[in-house]
Design a protein. Sequence first.
Lengths: 118, 133, 290
Amino acid sequence: MRIPILKLHNYLLISIQTEMDDNTAIQFQEDLLSEIHRTGASGVVIDLTSVDMIDSFIAKVLGDVVKMSNLMGAKVVLTGIQPPVAMTLIELGVHLQNVPTALDLEQGLLKLRQELGE
Amino acid sequence: MGLLSCVTINNEWDIVKARQLGRECARDVGFSTVDQARIATAVSELARNIYLYTDSGQLCFEQISHTEQKGMTLVSLDDGPGMDDISQMMEDGYSTSGGLGTGLPGVKRLVDQFDIQSEKGKGTEIRAVKWTR
Amino acid sequence: MLDKDFKSIVLNNSDTIVQKWLAEIDTMKRANYSDSVSEELLESTNREFVNIIFNSIKNQGETEKLQQFAEKLIHLGWQVSYITDGLQVFRRVTIDFILDQSDKVDSHYISELMQQVDLWVEPVIRQLVNEYSGNWENIISLQRVALQELSAPLIPVIDNITVMPLIGTIDTERAKLIMEGLLDGVIKHNSEVVLIDITGVPVVDTMVAHHIIQAAEAVRLIGATCILVGIRPEIAQTIVNLGIDLSKFPTKSSLRKGFITALEMTGRQIVDSGQKDDSIEQMMDSLGGA
């Protein structure tokens, strides 16, 4: 199972809609980094609206992918994290600090534009 | 008391299977969506621990009730290496696998009761109970 | 056999016992809680009470009258100690009376007597107290529901800005409800900024701060920003003295200041339209023209 990555101008858009197992998550990390490299994208929005659970492993993969993308010069915004998922993450002790978030895809794109100063 | 269903954890895919079954069971008991997410996450953490640290193990779900309250017990059973120091395992940020180190203490925060028994070389049994509000 | 004897002694001498009981209750009431209750009401209630006790001795197991009496007392708002004291006095008076009447008194006799009187008194106490505690439980559960309704109101003040005023003490159970309400509200109102107003929270200790920080972090995860407002001087002092780190999200002393910050964050500002001045000038002009 691979997660599709869409390109829009100099942004990459990803909507995660499958139940993520560990392999999918790792595969996604690799795919996204190579897409950033290939397209030279400056911003990435990962939309998690359809994700109903994030455990510590997936949270780590997401946090890592944000850091790695930043290293490659692309800003990442996570959008659409659902309230139950947010609460569970906080209780689990996962805070995803330094990871920018936004309510939905639209706000996420606005946030990217602000941060990139475009 | 209630239905007992189990998943054997041998590979990564079984983690997904376990949390789907766990969520289904939580829905049957009548947990809120937030609590369903808590349970599915706890299941995922427990299942991953089995996958990472032991050759094989089982995760079982049981519906329980006490007077007016309904609830659910998660039981994680494995015959793995056991734990050296349970109190160390329960510290935030402790990890031997390079993970976030939030697994077990995180699970404890997600459920209402948490009990862990481990014997070096024999295996580990973890029981976690969650009650509906 | 003895049971019958005791019963007949008590029932045959009910007038004397009632007199003694009333006399003793009267002295107790003087010392306790008669201030707010009228003399007549107290007397009539006392009589009703003692009648009910005798009734229950006569026909064991009659519960309806007891229930009515309990409901009446609850309605009047009398304390449960009125019942327990009254029955205690009845027990003492009755035992004293029967012992006075009897010529042969040995330890066996006394223990029989005590046992019998207890058998009379206990069901009455049990039922009346049950009625009372049932009433309390009812009140508590009603108040719990009321509290939950009060718990976390969410006010969408203006597009993308929502205010949640917190009032009262925050415990773990409430904190979870608050967090759920907060997050659902943010999604529902599409809020970019949420102002949590803690003016009405009496004490902010590490536990309360922890809950507020968790809520704020969860709000950040779903993509909005939390501003903590209503921080009074004493709260600021305790927060720093306890070593609580609130530096990760913005804080403001008042809801007004927080709201202005929230407007800035959502790219807006308050502009004075100057209409008031204009209309005053117009009025002056028209006056000058006349």
